[in-house]
Design a protein around this ligand. Structure first.
Ligand code: SAM
Length: 448
């Protein structure tokens, strides 16, 4: 097989990165924007030793799972890779991705049940992070998602997967920043002011927290005036913050955030508990789907009689707070001090007194205590857990581990390790938190 070859192939299945897979004489081809059961003409774009990449140049026989994307920008914007696939089939593909990862990485033969759908699959995204740049000639500001596999910004005016107010706020910022002397960021030269616009919207009361990520170290007068202009323009804006990120990095938010107008948080309601979400706090992008996960985990904890629970990688102690009324005692451990500070307020607001908070690395916390927990909830970032943290978890857990993961590959790796150390998998349940993308959230219950 050679570069630029054109072939007609039948797509067999999806890879765990949402590309179609076809085989020619046993040789694997990964095809962008292809759907299982499509018959397509493709052009080879890259040839490696064991596989090739290709683009679709003609759909000869479309798969019965193909649908018309509901967003006019779907083909150019890299955000909703799977919008051309029927939503119910997306759920099946995510189920398969989890099952395949468990098999190929973990060696587990498990029939994974169907992915639980997101309650809303159109407007579901309540956190928006748009990179900002500026055109060279007309000096207009651009803000939107990156094109797939690039850092070229698609200037998004309308995005149907997020609350409408986000389009309006982004537009206001895009149209008015220059009037306040605020330029768009130039990633190559590491120059300019505005790097990202970050919006957090409450699915409960529709209030918005706006964060302007600035390539700078301190507030300047125009920035204060611009923040006031945004705050005064929109009734629903609860506050405008600035985050100072002057490093040459892909990380969106740096550690330091200052509130310039209004309040530095919004309130979200999950299963009748009120949460405070700040600019730097982790909180699920899809609160309604997250509610399904919290409910599922709470039902599991309820099977024990007021157990002691460790909520590790806790964020603002969301799991800890949700399960606190069915647990005897909860310990929530999170390395980000701002999240723990927010969690403290949340405990007060909700009148909860059986959740203990620790702003610490999970492993270090466990190494510093002797206590044991009936159940441990592990909800690590995409990279999963380290072996040391899994060893410590096993040492400190008596009955059960509930592993919540946003990355099937690291989940499978960690489950393999836990099972080698004596755990058994009781159940695996995928949830759709990120509709129209290949991402999937999974909850696994392990008995010790
Ligand atoms: C996927 S989020 C889960 C947050 C929370 N459980 C929730 O549902 O909202 C992972 C969290 O782990 C935190 N984290 C990352 N590494 C950590 C570590 N080594 N020890 C403690 N927390 C950590 C991150 O700051 C982040 O808040």
């Amino acid at each position: 097989m050679n570069l630029n070859d054109e072939l007609v192939v039948k797509v067999e299945k999806f890879s765990n990165l949402g590309t179609g897979i076809a085989k020619v004489n046993g040789f694997v081809i990964f095809i962008d924007n292809a759907c299982p059961e499509d018959e397509v003409r493709v052009k080879i774009t890259k040839v490696n030793k064991t596989y090739a990449n290709a683009n679709v140049i003609e759909i000869i026989n479309p798969s019965k799972y193909r649908v018309l994307p509901f967003c006019p920008m779907q083909k150019v914007c890299g955000s909703c890779q799977l919008q051309y696939v029927d939503y119910n089939y997306q759920l099946e593909l995510k189920r398969q991705i989890v099952q395949d990862s468990l098999k190929s990485i973990g060696g587990f033969d498990i029939t994974v049940p169907m992915t639980i759908p997101s309650p809303d699959n159109k407007v579901y995204r309540y956190k928006i992070q748009y990179p900002v740049s500026q055109t060279k000639v007309s000096k207009r500001l651009l803000a939107g998602y990156y094109k797939l596999q690039s850092h070229d910004i698609v200037n998004i005016k309308y995005c149907p997967i997020q609350p409408e107010i986000c389009d309006k706020i982004v537009d206001f910022i895009r149209e008015n920043a220059l009037n306040f002397g605020i330029n768009g960021y130039d990633e190559r030269k590491h120059s300019g002011d505005l790097r990202h616009i970050v919006l957090r919207v409450s699915a409960n009361n529709q209030k918005v927290l706006v964060t302007l990520v600035i390539n700078g170290k301190k507030v300047f007068k125009n920035l204060n005036n611009f923040a006031s202009a945004i705050y005064n323009e929109f009734e629903s804006v609860a506050g405008v913050c600035v985050n100072f990120n002057s490093k040459q990095t892909n990380v969106i938010l740096a550690n330091r955030t200052e509130c310039l107008c209004g309040q530095d948080y919004i309130e979200e309601k999950i299963l009748d508990r009120v949460f405070k979400i700040g600019a730097n706090t982790f909180f699920q992008v899809n609160p309604k789907s997250a509610e399904n996960i919290f409910d599922y985990v709470k039902k599991e904890i309820k099977k024990y009689e007021f157990p002691t629970v460790l909520d590790a990688y806790a964020g603002i102690a969301t799991f800890g707070i949700i399960v606190s009324d069915v647990a005897g005692e909860v310990v929530s451990v999170e390395e980000n001090p701002e999240s723990i500070k927010n969690a403290r307020d949340v405990l007060k607001i909700n009148g909860i007194d059986n959740v203990e908070l620790h702003a610490k690395d999970t492993t270090k916390y466990l190494q510093s205590v002797k206590r044991k927990f009936d159940v441990t909830i592990l909800d690590p970032p995409r990279k999963g857990c380290t072996r040391v943290s899994l060893d410590e978890t096993l040492k400190h857990t008596k009955k059960e581990i509930i592993y919540v993961s946003c990355n099937p590959a690291t989940l499978a790796r960690d489950l393999k390790y836990l099972c080698e150390k004596g755990c058994t998998i009781q159940s695996v349940q995928p949830f759709d938190m990120f509709c129209h993308t290949y991402h999937v959230e999974t909850v696994v219950i392990l008995k010790i």
